[in-house]
Design a protein around this ligand. Structure first.
Ligand SMILES: [Zn+2]
Length: 192
């Protein structure tokens, strides 16, 4: 997975929340085959920034942009968590799933980029909310584990060894698990 660089801060929403929504969205999109193949920069800009002024394409003024030629996602700061989360998801769908080709309506070619992106945002926001919560919970403890890796966890014996704790079961299950086959399919063919 490519790197995401986050620049700027938001007075209302924590950096951890923004990171969790970015990486939760990227993970879910990647699971379904839409990958972040190159580094992107996410820039958080204040509401006063000229970027948010109304334009011909966006007369009401925008709160987020995907800028493909710069590989940048722009987000307006000062927004409530729900608005920030939805904007992150919407812009990352533009970046990783779009662009969507024009469609024919009554014999005319029309754009469908925002319709598809916003409908997909509506469908995906609940599962990505669950992912973002998982990423945020316990994040300080995980950061400590990783910070300790090269110091506290290193081998102090003459030979390298495997920590048996690695295999201590914690109750991991596969809800889609298949029954193990005793024989390969080919061997059973023809048997009654
Ligand atoms: Zn859009």
């Amino acid at each position: 997975m490519s790197r995401v660089i986050i620049r700027g801060a938001c007075p209302v929403v924590s950096k951890s929340f923004i990171k969790a929504w970015i990486h939760g969205t990227i993970a879910i999109l990647a699971f379904h085959g839409y990958y972040l193949e190159e580094e992107i920069v996410v820039r958080i800009l204040p509401p006063s920034h000229k970027q948010w002024l109304p334009t011909a394409a966006c007369p009401g003024g925008a709160v987020g942009y995907w800028v493909p030629w710069d590989r940048q996602v722009l987000l307006q700061s000062g927004r409530k968590p729900e608005h920030m989360a939805i904007t992150i998801l919407h812009e990352l769908i533009h970046a990783l799933v779009g662009p969507f080709p024009h469609v024919m309506v009554d014999g005319e070619l029309v754009k469908t980029e925002e319709k598809i992106t916003s409908t997909l945002t509506a469908r995906l926001k609940a599962p990505i909310n669950d992912m973002a919560h998982s990423l945020m919970s316990g994040s300080q403890q995980r950061a400590a584990f990783m910070a300790h890796a090269k110091i506290a966890y290193r081998n102090k014996q003459a030979e390298d060894w495997y920590d048996p704790d690695q295999w201590t079961p914690i109750g991991i299950v596969d809800p889609k698990s298949k029954k193990p086959r005793l024989f390969p399919k080919g061997l059973l063919r023809g048997k009654k």
